[in-house]
Ligand binder design. Structure first.
Ligand SMILES: Cc1ncc(COP(=O)(O)O)c(C=O)c1O
Length: 396
């Protein structure tokens, strides 16, 4: 059976290959420390589970409007608008089965074939996949390491911006864990306005922070009318498998995204949307979740930073660390960071992704990075896994 030509352009989350390697190693009777998983091993707060059960008993099991049930759209408009200082109504909200569909639908709704699309690299791999799949021109922009984390290479962004029509911006960032400074965000907004770019602001981690407050680029002057926000319940409420999120967009764009919903999934699961209303009305369950993630961050970042040859910042946001392991890769005499990941798994059971799972590396990259996610592993295992890694590296 001959497949459609465009499938050759569809990427994937290559990190799933890391899960397979880890599962294979575990199946051979070995202990695995799963730092590769961007999932959360903590339960969804009880009020949300109860609301979903009630909604099923109440018979909310049929189709519902493609753009989402009115009470959820209203609650999202109030919540997202309040947190970001945006004037929103339900007409700006299109409910989605998760945050990820917002990426696909943004590209389908806003990008013509051949349009240049700026996107972060390293970054969430689905951006590149969807740009290529729908025939756009991929324009990756890079980050540079700073004493406290990572920042966007604004010189490169300025150079590329005239070729672009769309800009994908992910703040707070996966996999880097970093956050734009106010100056960096203002410069990105300035470039978007100067070059008339339409922006996807991926805010999947907006609430996943341990101090300070987040800012949405949509709240900067001149940005609301040119920005679509990706919002998701996945991280804040430990609801990754529920599949609930939304696109926030100017009303005429939201209406077109709703039309794509009708063509794709008809509607997001009705009783899951009812549970989403309960989550927004009583978000208290997300505080213990963040407190636990902070304990894990401290254990993981502290442990990694204490290994000679590894430098690791302590991000205030997301649940990712992006340590620089260049010196260790050299000291172990390994060819690549991919070899480092494979050797580490087989010597210590510690499983993690590398820079190569987050977009194609640029030819001028000289440093090696790995990504540690600490959302799916308890503090004791973090400490033991990183201890094993340290002992192995030190004895090598
Ligand atoms: C940057 C970023 N955007 C979007 C998503 C997708 O979120 P969801 O699981 O809600 O589809 C993720 C998930 O890990 C992510 O890291």
């Amino acid at each position: 059976m001959k497949l459609a030509d465009r499938l050759a352009r569809l990427g994937t989350e290559t990190a799933f290959a890391v899960s397979l390697a880890a599962a294979d190693w575990a199946a051979q009777g070995n202990r695995v420390f799963p730092f590769h998983l961007g999932d959360i091993n903590l339960p969804t707060p009880g009020n949300i589970v109860d609301a979903m059960n009630r909604a099923i008993v109440d018979g909310r099991t049929g189709y519902c409007p493609a753009a989402g049930i009115p009470e959820l759209r209203e609650a999202l408009a109030n919540n997202i608008g309040g947190d970001r200082g945006l004037e929103l109504t339900g007409a700006n909200i299109v409910v989605q089965p998760g945050g990820k569909p917002v990426i696909t639908k943004f590209i389908q709704a806003m990008m013509n074939e051949g349009d240049g699309v700026l996107y972060p690299n390293p970054g969430y791999p689905i951006y590149e996949s969807q740009i290529d799949y729908f025939g756009g021109r991929a324009l990756p922009y890079r980050y540079h390491e700073t004493p406290t984390g990572f920042g966007i290479d604004l010189d490169q962004l300025r150079q590329l911006a005239p070729q672009a029509r769309l800009l994908i911006y992910n703040n707070l960032q996966n996999p880097l864990g970093c956050e734009s400074s106010p100056d960096e965000m203002a410069e990105i907004a300035r470039l978007a306005i100067e070059h008339d770019l339409i922006v996807l602001s991926d805010e999947a981690y907006f609430e996943m922070r341990y101090s300070g407050t987040s800012t949405s680029i949509a709240s900067l002057p001149g940005m609301a009318d040119r920005t679509v926000i990706l919002y998701t319940f996945s991280k804040k409420f430990a609801m990754t498998g529920w599949r609930l999120g939304c696109a926030v967009a100017p009303a005429h764009v939201a209406a077109q995204i709703a039309k794509i919903n009708t063509n794709d999934e008809s509607c997001t699961t009705h009783f899951v949307q009812a549970a989403g209303v309960a989550a927004l009305n009583d978000p208290s369950g997300s505080s213990p979740l963040l407190a636990e993630l902070k304990r894990r961050r401290d254990a993981a970042a502290g442990g990694l930073a204490s290994i000679p040859g590894i430098t690791c910042a302590t991000p205030e946001a997301t649940f990712y660390l992006f340590p620089n392991v260049t010196e260790v890769v050299a000291r172990l005499g390994l060819e690549s960071v991919t070899d480092f990941a494979a050797t580490a798994l087989h010597n210590t059971g510690v499983s993690f992704c590398t820079r190569h799972h987050f977009g194609s590396a640029q030819p001028d990259e000289t440093q090696h990075y790995i990504r540690f996610a600490y959302s799916g592993i308890d503090v004791d295992d973090i400490t033991e896994g990183i201890g094993r890694l340290a002992n192995w590296i030190e004895s090598a």
